[in-house]
Design a protein around this ligand. Structure first.
Ligand SMILES: [Fe+2]
Length: 504
C-alpha cells in the first residue's frame, strides 16, 4: 500500500539560483518540491504527473511561463499557478490572471511574501476541492429524498451506486447486501466500465473483512498499475454497511486514475452514501416487516369471513391464484401484483357485516336480505378506510360486483369506468364460484364455466379479460387438480372456443 501523497509544488525558472532559493524557502514536510530550469522539461513532467501548485517565471529565453501555466490548468483544473516576473506591466498582469493564474509576483520579492502567497493559493485550492464535494453531496441529497417519496429499495440502491460512480469518477462500484442472520448475499448491484473489473467489485470475500469481530473501518488498498502505457493509481475501497452495529453488506469502489488519490473529503462523501444506503435498507426491512404483519392480519380477517360462509371455503385463495395468473399474463408489475394479492384477500371483507342467516341461506334472498348482501362492498370500504396500507385494495372491494354493462353494484359503473382491478377480479371471482362445490350442488365442469364466461362476456365481464383467462386455461397454466380436486380436459374446449374465435 502506498502512503498518502504530499502537496506537489513545481518551481520553474531558467535561473538555477532562483529555483534553489525558492526550494529552500518553501521546504516543508507537507510539500514535495521539484524544480526545473528548462520549461520544456517542466511541461513534460506536468503532462505525466499530478501537480498541485506551480510557481513559474514568465519569460525564460525563447519560452514563456504561459505555456507552463496552460499545460498545468489543462491537466488539473483546480491547480494553482503563480507567475513571477522581473519586468512587470499592467497589461501582462491582467492577461495572465485572465488566463487562470492565481497570482502574479514581481521580482525581487520577499520570501515571506512568497510563502504567504503559496499558503493562500493552497487554502483557496482546498476550498474549491471541498466545495466540489459539497456540491456533489447536495445533488445526492436532493435525489436521496426520492426514497422518502416511495422509491423502491432496488432503484434507490442503484442510485447510490450511480452517485458513487460519479462522485469518485470510479471505474466500478457495487453494493452487496447480505442477510445479517446467515450472512448470505441477498442483493448485488454493480456498475462497471469494464468487464474485467466486475469480478473484483462483486467478490463476496470483501464481506469477510467486516464479519464477526473484525473492524468496521473502511478497507483502502492502493497500487500502481500500468494501463494503456500509462502509470495509474488503482484504489479499491470497501466500506461496511452497518445497521445497529450489524453488518448488512458493503459498498465497494474501484478507481483507476492517473494521479488523484482518494481525499478525506471523498471519504466523507462515501460515508454519507453508505449511511443513506444503510438507512434505506433499514427502512425497507421495517416496511416489509410491517407489511407482512398487515398481510397476516388481512389473512386472519379473510379467514374469519370464510369461516362464517359455508359456501366459500378456500375461495379467497383460489381467486387470488387465478387473478394473479391473469395479471401476470397482462404484464402487471410486481408492485401491482402485490396490491392485487391484498385486494383479492380483502375483496369480501365487508361480508363481516352480513348476518350468518343471509350468508348461508341456500334459497334465493328476499329484497331486504339482498339489500344487506349487496351492501358488502360499501361495508368493506368502511372497514379499510382508516388504514393507509390497505388503500390499494379499494378498487378490488368496490369493483368486483360491478358489471361491464353497468347493471352491477354498488355504483353501476359501466365498461372502463370500472377500475381494471375490479373487472379482473369479477372474472376470477365468478369463474371460481362456478367451478366450486357448494353444500347444495357439485361444482360445474370447466366446459360449463368457460361457456358461462363467454356468454356473459361484454355484458357482465370485460371481454379482454375473459379472453386472457381462457388463454391461460388453454395453455394449461391452471392446476385444476390442486385447486378443485379434479382433472379437466382442456382439449374438450376446442369446439366452443373455435366459435368464439378466442385467440391463443
Ligand atoms: Fe363479493
Amino acid at each position: 500500500m502506498l502512503n498518502e501523497p504530499k502537496i506537489r509544488v513545481l518551481v520553474v525558472d531558467d535561473e538555477e539560483y532562483i529555483c534553489n532559493i525558492i526550494v529552500e524557502a518553501l521546504a516543508s514536510d507537507s510539500y514535495e518540491i521539484i524544480s526545473f530550469t528548462d520549461p520544456a522539461k517542466a511541461i513534460d513532467y506536468i503532462e505525466k504527473n499530478q501537480v498541485d501548485l506551480v510557481l513559474t517565471d514568465l519569460v525564460m529565453g525563447e519560452q514563456s511561463g504561459i505555456q507552463v501555466m496552460e499545460t498545468t490548468l489543462k491537466n488539473y483544473e483546480d491547480s494553482v499557478v503563480i507567475l513571477m516576473t522581473a519586468h512587470p506591466t499592467i497589461k501582462t498582469a491582467i492577461s495572465v490572471l485572465k488566463k487562470g493564474a492565481y497570482d502574479f509576483m514581481v521580482k525581487p520579492f520577499k520570501l515571506e511574501v512568497l510563502k504567504a502567497t503559496v499558503r493562500r493559493g493552497l487554502a483557496h485550492q482546498q476550498v474549491i476541492r471541498e466545495n466540489l464535494h459539497l456540491k456533489g453531496q447536495v445533488e445526492f441529497l436532493k435525489v436521496a429524498n426520492a426514497f422518502g417519496i416511495g422509491m423502491d429499495i432496488e432503484k434507490y440502491l442503484k442510485m447510490v451506486v450511480g452517485s458513487c460512480k460519479t462522485e469518485f469518477s470510479a471505474a466500478a462500484v457495487s453494493i452487496m447486501e447480505i442477510n445479517p442472520v446467515n450472512g448470505r448475499v441477498i442483493r448485488k448491484i454493480c456498475e462497471s466500465d469494464k468487464e474485467e473489473y466486475l469480478e473484483t467489485i462483486q467478490d463476496e470475500k470483501h464481506l469477510l473483512n467486516f464479519t464477526g469481530s473484525r473492524g468496521t473501518k473502511p478497507l483502502v488498498k492502493t497500487e500502481e498499475v500500468r494501463e494503456d502505457g500509462i502509470t495509474k493509481l488503482k484504489t479499491f475501497i470497501s466500506k461496511p454497511i452497518l445497521i445497529r452495529r450489524k453488518l448488512h453488506g458493503t459498498i465497494n469502489l474501484l478507481t483507476v486514475r492517473r494521479f488523484k488519490w482518494i481525499t478525506p473529503g471523498e471519504m466523507d462523501v462515501l460515508t454519507i452514501l453508505t449511511n443513506s444506503a444503510a438507512t434505506a435498507i433499514a427502512n425497507n426491512k421495517l416496511y416489509n416487516d410491517l407489511q407482512s404483519s398487515y398481510m397476516q392480519a388481512i389473512r386472519a380477517l379473510a379467514n374469519a369471513v370464510e369461516a362464517r360462509d359455508k359456501c366459500t371455503k378456500g375461495h379467497t385463495d383460489r381467486v387470488t391464484r387465478l387473478a394473479k395468473l391473469v395479471a401476470e399474463e397482462m404484464d402487471w408489475s410486481p408492485a401491482e401484483i402485490d396490491n392485487l394479492v391484498m385486494g383479492c384477500m380483502l375483496h369480501d371483507i365487508g361480508k363481516i357485516g352480513v348476518p350468518d342467516s343471509i350468508l348461508n341461506k341456500p334459497d334465493i334472498l328476499d329484497d331486504e336480505e339482498r339489500e344487506k348482501m349487496i351492501n358488502h362492498p360499501m361495508v368493506g370500504l368502511q372497514i379499510i378506510s382508516g388504514v393507509d396500507l390497505f388503500q390499494p385494495a379499494i378498487p378490488y372491494i368496490m369493483g368486483h360486483h360491478e358489471r361491464y354493462d353497468g347493471q352491477g353494484y354498488p355504483k353501476g359503473l359501466r365498461g372502463e369506468e370500472i377500475p381494471i382491478e375490479g373487472r379482473l377480479l369479477a372474472v376470477a371471482d365468478t369463474f371460481d364460484a362456478i367451478l366450486s362445490d357448494r353444500p347444495y350442488r357439485k361444482g360445474a365442469s370447466l366446459r360449463k364455466a368457460v361457456n358461462e364466461l363467454l356468454n356473459n362476456s361484454g355484458t357482465q365481464f370485460d371481454p379482454a379479460i375473459v379472453e386472457v383467462l381462457i388463454r391461460i386455461i388453454r395453455r394449461g397454466k391452471i392446476d385444476f387438480q390442486d385447486m378443485y380436486g379434479r382433472r379437466e380436459d382442456i382439449s374438450g374446449l376446442d369446439d366452443i372456443l373455435l366459435n368464439e374465435k378466442v385467440s391463443v
